[in-house]
Design a protein around this ligand. Structure first.
Ligand code: TXA
Ligand code: MG
Length: 333
């Protein structure tokens, strides 16, 4: 049985005690819902992989209520302090060397000498983290490879009965995962995953941030970044200027006449923040309703490549990528 907990003091207290006892609680952040477990308890972390049906272990992000708490587990450098000052609490994850006194289980860090840390902005998540007072490992609360959940109902669709509770703090405001920046080499900060903090915002603080040149540049460092991910059941066709009668359309911008019988517009007035917040719900809705209508695929309008458009395009590229069942193995080592 999965308990549904409200974002009230008693709901948050119940969620905190489940986590301290080694249980699994999905909770809302400003980006997506995370599937949380105490990062210092290996058995609790193992249950995350089991519940998500992950074929292999991936390094997980450890979540904290404050930067001071995060910086007890890693060795921060000057750039880490500046980025934390600018963007925490918020949708930014920093990869740093693990501190000698780090209590995170090897399973949560996948045995790496670095650790991903983040301080989320959502008030309920922060209250929860404060009460638990331990690092909480939390990947997105979906079955492995599927669309990330941005409300509690999405979490239950995939994980009902497999997790102890979901703490319902309503829909996620940002709607795409955090931006991941590797700071393990202070001379060469590197953007591993575009996300809720845009490249332009990062460059204002960290002008020399490097974009990975190729996907093989990212994968050894960020083994969780499987190419196929965020996948609906229907195939996805990108940069579609016109959708066909057998397609559901994920549109962006001013509505135009289309043959597609089913349309989800990410943002009619071309606002990328609104589009990010509506992305995963749109994919999910078109997938469910499109399959019910017997449609063949999801066509996606072109997305501008600036600001949050990069994070949106990254998720769409992965949703459209060949899937392991198509005969292509994970690109990760
Ligand atoms: O917004 C988010 O970041 C959400 C919410 C729940 O906080 N979490 C999330 O976690 O997206 P997950 O596990 O789906 O993605 C974590 C990403 C993966 O791409 C993983 O490879 C990378 O962070 N990562 C984690 N630890 C790493 C490390 N030590 N070095 C490099 N990449 C790492
Ligand atoms: Mg994920």
């Amino acid at each position: 049985m999965t308990r549904r907990l409200d974002a009230t003091p008693s709901g948050i207290a119940a969620a905190a005690s489940i986590l301290r006892a080694g249980g699994l609680v999905a909770f809302g952040t400003e980006t997506v819902y995370g599937l949380g477990a105490d990062a210092s308890q290996p058995q609790a972390v193992a249950r995350i992989f089991e519940a998500k049906n992950r074929p292999r272990f991936n390094p997980l992000i450890s979540h904290f209520a404050h930067a001071q708490a995060a910086f007890t587990q890693v060795v921060p450098n000057a750039m880490a302090h500046r980025l934390a000052q600018a963007f925490w609490p918020g949708p930014l994850t920093l990869i740093l060397p693990r501190a000698p006194a780090c209590c995170i289980s090897d399973l949560a860090a996948d045995g790496l000498s670095s650790l991903a840390v983040r301080v989320p902005a959502n008030a309920t998540a922060r209250a929860l983290l404060e009460q638990v007072d331990r690092p909480i490992a939390a990947p997105s609360a979906n079955r492995s490879g599927r669309i990330s959940p941005v409300d509690a109902a999405h979490v239950l669709e995939e994980l009902e009965g497999r997790i102890d509770a979901v703490l319902d703090s309503g829909p996620c405001m940002v709607g795409v995962e955090s931006t991941v920046v590797d700071l393990t080499d202070p001379q060469a900060p590197c953007l591993l995953r575009p996300g809720g903090v845009t490249l332009e915002e990062l460059q204002a603080i960290c002008p020399h941030i490097r974009l990975p040149q190729t996907s093989s540049d990212v994968l050894p460092h960020s083994p969780g970044r499987l190419i196929s991910h965020y996948a609906p059941h229907l195939p996805v066709r990108l940069n579609a200027l016109h959708a066909q009668a057998d397609e559901a359309l994920l549109a962006f911008g001013a509505p135009r006449p289309t043959e597609a019988p089913l349309v989800w517009n990410l943002s009619e007035n071309g606002n990328l923040e609104e589009a990010a917040a509506r992305l995963f719900t749109g994919l999910r809705t078109l997938d469910h309703q499109g399959r019910a209508l017997g449609l063949e695929r999801i066509a996606v309008s072109p997305i501008p490549q600036h600001g949050l458009g990069r994070a949106i395009q990254d998720r769409l590229n992965r949703a459209a990528a060949p899937r392991p069942q198509d005969g292509v193995e994970d690109a990760a080592p």
